[in-house]
Write a protein that binds this ligand. Structure first.
Ligand code: ADP
Ligand code: ZN
Ligand code: ZN
Length: 822
């Protein structure tokens, strides 16, 4: 017995059970018949307690502490190939360490969602009805009776208060639990009819057939004409033959039926023609390109910031760098924000590289997604284009990772594992000796700062390829509007502009930063916003014992909410924010007959609606496109001559230290929507803070000036990139309990990091979204200089607080390197 074989008696398996208690590898026996076919990285079905779950082999073991008779065998191999590469197994370990998630969560993030075998716990009424039931117990039983079996976790998510009565019902036997297994998507297998002889033999054989066998002849000849093989279904449809005709041909040995894997191709039949030629690079592009080539050639991990305004030709540089990378036999990943992953974007890659590109995005069906992923896994393609999760594309010879619009917050995942695609890209680049290119017109402060410090390279594309000027931006001071008696959401200037464009039948985009998320207080007379004296974020509005108070959700600072503006005494100080729906109503009222297309979370909830609305606007079926930030990117409408920004303030006053950065990015992007074509465009920006540097700098598109100011503020207030921030969130039905849990985390952290000058621990405080799904929410913020030095204590604090939360039916979550703190 060779060593290799000897090892394959036992497999170490990560089980797909999402619990801290089971967050380790388990030993399973490998049945005799599979020992030659089992590899590290394979998905398997294993017994786990009373259920059967998906597992992932992460290594082989020679011996186990578990007694031999307790070791259970693997039940099934779920694929005939290892889904995880050795690199991805390492990456899953790193994800756990970095983001404090479980191994199961980490592995799930690496694989296409639809592939997973799910074993869910389902609750159903047993039919047995015990005597004494309280009101809640009766309510639950009635619900289960009426709605049928329910997935337990989903039910409890919707009705957190049912946890305890449900436990009682289970004990009394009125409700029972059952595991239900669902296998994930697999390869699609289709029956093909395949000719089994060459042309001459076939024709000879057909000649010898009886005259009345004309249908058989027809079928065989059809198949011959179609290259010798075809889907059985197509063959039957085209020749109108019956299955018995096919059976007769099989019997004569003329054709055979085979099961073939068939690719579910979302781009079937498209982009198959001539590939688009590459453009001749401008001198600036050529410099950028050769800088990237130099990094690629070293085969060592490198990162570069590629900074250039929209239209400066970044994408062309990506395309040519990718081509060069693929020509040397290495592979490339391109990440694009989900909203920018439009058909036009995909087309640009498909036209250049055809079927060499696999596309991964959420609008694909699970089957299409799985097949695209398989093409990557098998090394059939050299390029993967997709949103955040495409950073896990299972390439084995990765050369280049491009992250376009690097500053986008959507590169951080909000669920476990709460990874940042940029950080994962760094990990993979290190593993493969690959190059990472971060592209943006408005880089994140972190990345621009790293470039300033020389930690990463800095490549600049200083101007637009076509030299077309950026559009003029006009600022309207909304305080003056109020002074002059205009209380409408439209300034007089914007009103006039809309009227004029409507009369000229030109199109416009009206932009509202956010949908109805208004917790800050703004004085409409002077623009005053209450801010935390030490953190400089806007304070959020909360009720405490039915008294309105303003709170900082970073540090806990609190002050009384007042009825008059402390700056100017005006009574026009109140909760601020208008939803898109209200703006739409207002538009229709003030501009009767205007055709408005509204795009927000509500109107784009269904699959494909996003694109449908955009296409409709593109066909000029609307005069006004009204929307949230989802319309800020990747759109290109030649007919648009006006962009109106209804209030720059909603993003400027988010209770977030990145508010200024995000406002600058957003305004720059929105302004970039016009004037890309012949028709001259204009931008009108309404705000209560016309003097704010984020607005001033965005208007003249001066990123560098903005960066210099903002980095000073970050330094003086101890924010990233100087410190990293991690946020613990405690949630509970009862406000006091939620607060107590957050406090418990704070206490534990204070004990662990007593007097460490490289750690700042803030007081537990209400979250801006202070209540969500029936639970009160409290934050505990910790800042530190080096994650490496604090990670052990952070994990300990998290596990401790989480255990406490569990005991009282609360929730405790952690977000390492939090980007959005809500
Ligand atoms: P970005 O990605 O920075 O927004 P793009 O690469 O999309 O810029 O380029 C903007 C426009 O300029 C596109 O229409 C593109 O086809 C064109 N373009 C880019 N590079 C060149 C070039 N070297 N020669 C001619 N046109 C170019
Ligand atoms: Zn005021
Ligand atoms: Zn504060």
């Amino acid at each position: 017995v060779s060593v290799q074989q000897a090892r394959r008696y036992l497999a170490e398996v990560i089980v797909d059970v999402n619990a801290r208690e089971t967050d380790r590898a388990y030993h399973y026996a490998i049945p005799e018949e599979w020992r030659e076919r089992v590899f590290i990285g394979m998905r398997v079905l294993v017994p786990f307690g009373p259920r059967r779950v998906e597992g992932y082999i992460v290594s082989f073991a020679q011996e186990s502490e578990t007694p031999a008779d307790k070791i259970r065998p693997i039940l099934r191999l779920l694929d005939d190939y290892p889904a995880l590469t050795p690199e991805l197994i390492e990456l899953s370990e790193w994800l756990c360490e970095r983001y404090l998630c479980t191994r199961a969560q980490a592995v799930q993030a690496l694989l296409p969602g639809g592939m997973r075998l799910r074993s869910t716990l389902v609750l159903e009424a047993s039919g047995k009805i015990p005597q004494a039931l309280d009101r809640q117990e009766r309510e639950i039983l009635a619900y289960l009776d009426h709605q049928g079996p329910q997935v337990k976790t989903e039910l409890l998510n919707h009705h957190p208060s049912w946890r305890r009565p449900l436990a009682r019902l289970l004990e009394k036997g009125a409700v029972r639990e059952r595991y239900v297994e669902q296998t994930g998507v697999k390869e699609k297998r289709v029956t093909y009819a395949v000719l089994k002889m060459d042309k001459e033999t076939l024709l000879e054989k057909l000649d010898r057939l009886q005259a009345n066998a004309f249908k058989q002849k027809e079928v065989a000849l059809w198949l011959l004409q179609h290259g010798g093989s075809a889907r059985l279904r197509d063959l039957l449809a085209a020749t109108k033959a019956s299955r018995s005709t096919v059976a007769a041909l099989r019997q004569r040995g003329i054709l055979e039926l085979e099961q073939r894997e068939e690719r579910r191709n979302p781009y079937e039949g498209r982009f198959s023609g001539e590939r688009e030629k590459k453009l001749v690079l401008t001198p600036a592009q050529a410099r950028a390109y050769s800088a990237i080539m130099d990094m690629l050639k070293t085969r060592q991990a490198h990162t570069a910031l590629l900074q250039g305004v929209t239209g400066s030709g970044k994408t062309e540089v990506y395309l040519q760098a990718i081509e060069a990378c693929v020509q040397t036999g290495r592979q490339a990943i391109v990440l694009v924000p989900e909203i920018a992953l439009t058909p036009q974007m995909v087309e640009r890659f498909k036209r250049r590289f055809g079927d060499e590109v696999a596309v991964l995005h959420s609008r694909l069906s699970p089957g299409e997604r799985y097949d695209e992923w398989r093409r990557i896994r098998r090394g059939e393609v050299g390029i993967a284009v997709g949103a955040r999760s495409a950073v896990f594309a299972p390439f084995e010879r990765l050369g280049l990772i491009i992250i376009d619009e690097e500053h986008e917050l959507s590169y951080k995942q909000e669920e476990n594992p709460k990874y940042h695609a940029r950080e994962v890209a760094y990990f993979r680049a290190l593993y493969h000796g690959a190059t990472v290119v971060l592209g943006s017109a408005t880089p994140s402060l972190e990345v621009r700062f790293a470039a300033a410090k020389g930690r990463i390279s800095h490549i600049v594309l200083p101007e637009r390829v076509n030299q077309r000027a950026l559009p003029p931006v006009e600022i309207v001071d909304m305080r003056a509007e109020l002074r002059q008696g205009n209380r409408s959401i439209f300034s007089r200037r914007l009103y006039e502009a809309i009227t004029e464009k409507l009369a000229r039948r030109e199109q416009m985009i009206l932009f509202l930063n956010r949908r109805g998320y208004a917790t800050f207080i703004l004085c409409r007379a002077c623009g005053y916003v209450a801010r935390c004296p030490s953190c400089d974020v806007s304070l959020t509005y909360h009720y405490l014992n039915s008294l309105p108070i303003l709170r900082c959700h970073y540090c806990g600072h609190a002050e009384e909410a007042v009825g008059r503006c402390p700056e100017c005494g005006s009574p026009h100080i109140r909760n601020f924010g208008t939803g898109t729906q209200k703006v739409e109503e207002e538009l229709l009222r003030q501009f009767p007959g205007a055709r408005v297309i509204r795009m927000d979370v509500d109107t784009t909830a269904t699959k494909g609606s996003h694109e449908r609305l955009l296409r409709s606007f593109g066909r000029r079926e609307g005069d006004i496109l009204l929307g949230t930030q989802m319309i800020a990117k990747g759109l290109d409408f030649p007919g648009v001559t006006l962009v109106g920004i209804l209030t720059a303030d909603t993003s400027l006053n988010l209770p977030d230290f990145r508010a200024a950065e995000r406002t600058f990015q957003l305004l720059t992007q929105v302004a970039g929507r016009v004037g890309r074509h012949e028709a001259p465009g204009e931008v009108i920006l309404q705000t209560y803070h016309p003097e704010h540097y984020a607005i001033q700098d965005a208007v003249v598109q001066d990123y560098e000036r903005f960066f210099q100011k903002e980095i000073q503020i970050r330094r003086s207030l101890d924010y990233p990139p100087f410190w990293e921030m991690t946020v613990f969130t405690a949630a509970h039905e009862l406000q006091e309990e939620a607060f107590r849990l957050a406090k418990e985390t704070e206490r534990w952290l204070r004990r662990s990091f007593a007097d460490d000058p490289d750690v700042i621990i803030h007081e537990a405080t209400a979250a801006p979204l202070s209540r969500l799904q029936g639970r009160y929410r409290f934050h505990q913020v910790i800042k530190y200089k080096s994650y490496r030095k604090v990670k052990k204590e952070l994990l300990a604090a998290y596990l401790h607080a989480r255990a406490k939360a569990r005991k009282v039916d609360g929730m405790l979550t952690v977000d390492v390197n939090a980007q959005m703190v809500l």
